[in-house]
Write a protein that binds this ligand. Structure first.
Ligand code: HQG
Length: 181
């Protein structure tokens, strides 16, 4: 399998496991899991063919570990990044003192007015390092990084979740907890 093909299938998996399962007639369960055999069948019928071996390889080698298998290895899901309404089931836990959010300069003004919103996704995504935040921000334009006073938020009863692939998630970050890095 070529690298180009790997990227194509990974992007397709992000699309159907995070945003549009209905595109191929796939159903995710309440925790976002897709039955692997069904996923393979429906993908092939849609014109994106890959076997279980390839799926295992992609899940294992994915640069951001975006996908995970269920303990019984019958199901696969995206570990974060969803726009579809599912319940990932991560436990609320105490975050590090500081987390970072990378975004683009063009969103700065709006963020300083309303805080960080989840927009199309199910959560606001936060990074534990500035480097990662810069990468996330670059996807949208000239990057800027906000520092989030995560532990202060937690002390004030905001919930934080750590995804299986190390991304911190929360529902909303009010402006008072934000500074520009
Ligand atoms: C911005 C990638 C205006 C927010 C990454 C972001 C991440 C506001 C954009 C994951 C705003 C939404 C998520 C406000 C937030 N006004 N703009 N009040 N509040 N925004 O893509 O965090 O590669 O939905 O700053 O690594 O960029 O896909 O979120 O720029 O983990 O696996 O609205 O996606 O992972 O953009 O990225 P996104 P994100 P993957």
């Amino acid at each position: 399998i070529t690298e180009k093909e790997q990227i194509r299938i990974s992007k397709f998996l992000s699309l159907v496991l995070r945003h549009q399962p209905e595109l191929i007639g796939l159903q995710l369960n309440e925790q976002g899991w897709a039955h692997i055999e069904t996923l393979l069948e429906k993908s092939a019928a849609y014109g994106v063919s890959f076997d279980k071996q390839t799926l295992k390889y992609l899940v294992a080698t994915n640069s951001k570990k975006r996908f995970a298998f269920s303990p019984d290895a019958e199901y696969v899901r995206a570990s974060q990044g969803h726009s579809v309404d599912i319940e990932l089931g991560y436990k609320n836990q105490k975050p590090p003192e500081i987390l970072y959010h990378g975004t683009a300069e063009k969103f700065m003004q709006s963020i300083l007015e309303t805080g960080l919103e989840k927009c199309r996704r199910q959560h606001v995504h936060l990074s534990s390092t500035i480097e990662t935040a810069i990468h996330v921000g670059q996807r949208h334009g000239k990057p800027v990084v906000f520092t989030v006073l995560a532990q202060q938020m937690y002390a004030n009863d905001f919930s934080f979740y750590l995804s299986d692939n190390g991304v911190w998630l929360t529902d909303h970050v009010p402006v008072i907890y934000l500074t520009i890095n």
